[in-house]
Write a protein that binds this ligand. Structure first.
Ligand code: AMP
Length: 219
């Protein structure tokens, strides 16, 4: 199974991506996580990406596409994957579609997690992220069991620079302008379902699984 997740920052994509990948035994490929790991390790890619991430801008398509296509060649991704945060532009979607067609491994489903902008802003203001495994918490809605420590891996929780309100608002604008049009692109291909992303994590996961099985039945 090859699944794409998209939606505005703050929709809970990352959390749902972890849950769905565990449940369905799929490789999880989250482009934001890969960039943050590169920033933490101070690699050339990390330095280049950070100059865009800091401002809430998108990293240029050629950089992201190259990175994702390399990752898709790794062994675990051959058995199926969840892409979280990619594609985010039309050229990225076209590059992905062409590569997968060449490898005879077309996408199975594209899910958009939707929440109103004001909910997204509120969620991100309180978000804390694990430095080690990148899982998300929220000081108000989903606090960790121990203050500033990840429940799952024990890593340190921190606030991402791009989760400050003015950057969040810019990321939402970029999302509406560059990423939201992908909805129509994937809808035309019969791959698209929208998932209402308010409610408990379990409720959203159930809706996502239902949307995936709907698409598989239709396909
Ligand atoms: P995320 O963790 O998905 O919110 O991504 C954090 C940041 O990484 C984004 O605001 C972008 O700067 C960059 N990024 C992640 N994925 C992509 C992508 N597919 N295209 C361009 N930039 C990306």
């Amino acid at each position: 199974m090859r699944i794409v997740l998209f939606g505005p920052p703050g929709a809970g994509k990352g959390t749902q991506a972890h849950r769905l990948a565990d449940r369905m035994d799929l490789a999880l490929i989250a482009t934001g996580d890969i960039f943050r790991a590169n920033v933490a390790n101070d690699t050339d890619l990390g330095r280049e990406a950070n100059s865009y991430m800091d401002k809430g801008e998108l990293v240029p398509d050629d950089v992201v596409v190259r990175m994702v296509l390399d990752r898709l060649d790794e062994e675990d991704a051959h058995h199926g994957f969840i892409l979280d945060g990619f594609p985010r532009t039309l050229p990225q979607a076209q590059a992905l579609e062409n590569e997968l067609a060449e490898r005879n491994r077309p996408l199975s489903a594209v899910l958009k997690f939707s929440v109103p902008d004001e909910v997204a802003v509120k969620r991100l203001a309180g978000r804390r992220t694990c430095r080690r495994c990148q899982r998300s918490y929220n000081v108000e809605f989903k606090p960790p069991r121990t203050d500033r420590v990840c429940d799952v891996c024990g890593g340190e929780l921190y606030q991402r620079d791009d989760d400050h309100e003015d950057t969040v608002r810019h990321r939402l604008e970029v999302y509406h302008h560059d990423t939201e049009p992908l909805e129509f692109y994937f809808w035309e291909r019969g791959l698209f379902r929208q998932v209402e992303a308010e409610g408990t994590e379990d409720e959203v996961t159930d809706r996502a699984l239902e949307a995936i099985s709907d698409l598989l039945e239709d396909g």
